[in-house]
Design a binder for this molecule. Sequence first.
Ligand code: S3P
Length: 171
Amino acid sequence: MTQNIILIGFMGCGKSSIGRRLAGRLGYELRDSDDLITARAGKSITDIFNDEGEACFRERETMELRELIDSQGIVLATGGGAVLREENREILRRIGLVVWLHSDPETLFERANRNRKRPLLDVENPRGTFNALLESRLQVYEAAADRKVDATGLSHDQTVEALLSAIGAQS
Ligand code: S3P
């Protein structure tokens, strides 16, 4: 199995932490689009949103995804909004197998709202914003994904096993 794996899904679903474990199991390298963006920009996601606005953040996101098109042996953890642009969805399909990592809304909200690193939820009514964003994105994830893994109630280890099974790499 030499196919790259791309994890998509809402904020708080565990793309980065689960992605790291999955990469370890596959002997792949982890790429995290948010990390690539912050490294190039030399500032945090929050600062990019504040200084440049969301549109510029999305430009940066597309640029980093494009850079990964020829990568091999990677697990790519994307930002929760990476699938919003058709251009990005096309790039992700070119990179590899797109897997939607999902969980129940309570878990997603609890994790996503744990710190202030997510500018989209750093608002007066984070739960309301969360609900609206999730609702508007579910069908986008569904349409963009080749596979879906629902991690509701699963430990990290169990989630990795479920992912391995979903991508046909069960050991
Ligand atoms: C975003 C999700 C974040 C980050 C940015 C925007 C989104 O990534 O890219 O704050 O639009 O859902 P995570 O999904 O890793 O939190």
